[in-house]
Design a protein around this ligand. Sequence first.
Ligand code: NAP
Length: 292
Amino acid sequence: MTATLIDGKARAARLRADIATHVAPFKAATGRAPGLAVVLVGEDPASAVYVRSKGKATREAGMESFEHRLPVDTTSEALLALVRDLNVDPRVDGILVQLPLPAHIDTQAVLLAIDPDKDVDGFHPVNAGRLAIGAAGFVPCTPLGCLLLLQDIHPQLAGMEAVVIGRSNIVGKPMAQLLLQQSCTVTVTHSRTRDIAAHVRRADIVVAAVGIAQFVQGDWIKPGASVIDVGINRTETGLVGDVDFAAAQAVAGAITPVPGGVGPMTIACLIRNTYVSACRREGRPDGLGTAS
Ligand code: NAP
């Protein structure tokens, strides 16, 4: 058996096109485009690439992109002042501060300063809390993208055994919350888990967010399981995920490739969250179905 490839690139393109069709009537009704402000401090090349792609995707969806590039020696105070300006700027619906920030900047203070109702990255503790209690907020883009991919394969996730590997605040924990919200039975594993393989072996759904190349072995996968590989690891042979793809593909029912799986969904979900934020701020229904 060979697993179905989950084409995240195509799914993300569909999501972005769907959002663009909703942006047009939003503009006609409100006289403005949804706006996303992206803040980059310093010149980390990977971050610069992410910021460029986010700006491009924002504009392609018909939305406005405000890019703020600050020098690496920017102080916490100056960055906080910019965030406060963006919080009250009526053209800005979403604020994203690209991480990691330079070491001298207090990252937590900056994330806390973002208005939770413009926190389209979903990293503010208020949004983490909203997710935990099932209230409307913003869900971090990567786990949200994973959920959309899973829902395409399993329109009904209730009752499924899900194992999440990793418990970071940006991927593992919100992923577990989302799956719990869908009534999966969720196990979260991490670096102190005894016998991860035994947990993974009973999983109908595996989400790997570990940050270790090819960590998840093919013989851990239950035949027919859906495998979502969040990992992006740069190796001598190129980008690889957290799953031994070739071995897992032989056993799984469906699997995301790396690259071309989860990665493209992250930016698409950022565009989605920004559009949703704009609708909330204008008091308009977003018109998105459950597949968006
Ligand atoms: P992270 O903050 O480093 O968290 C990694 C998690 O994996 C931690 O919870 C850690 O456990 C766990 N872990 C580490 N070693 C382990 C081991 N030997 N056994 C079991 N668990 C172990 O990473 P992250 O930010 O969540 O990212 C995870 C991966 O996803 C990375 O490869 C990252 O590049 C990728 N990523 C991709 C996207 C995307 O758009 N596709 C977005 C974000 C991240 P402890 O908590 O016990 O330390």
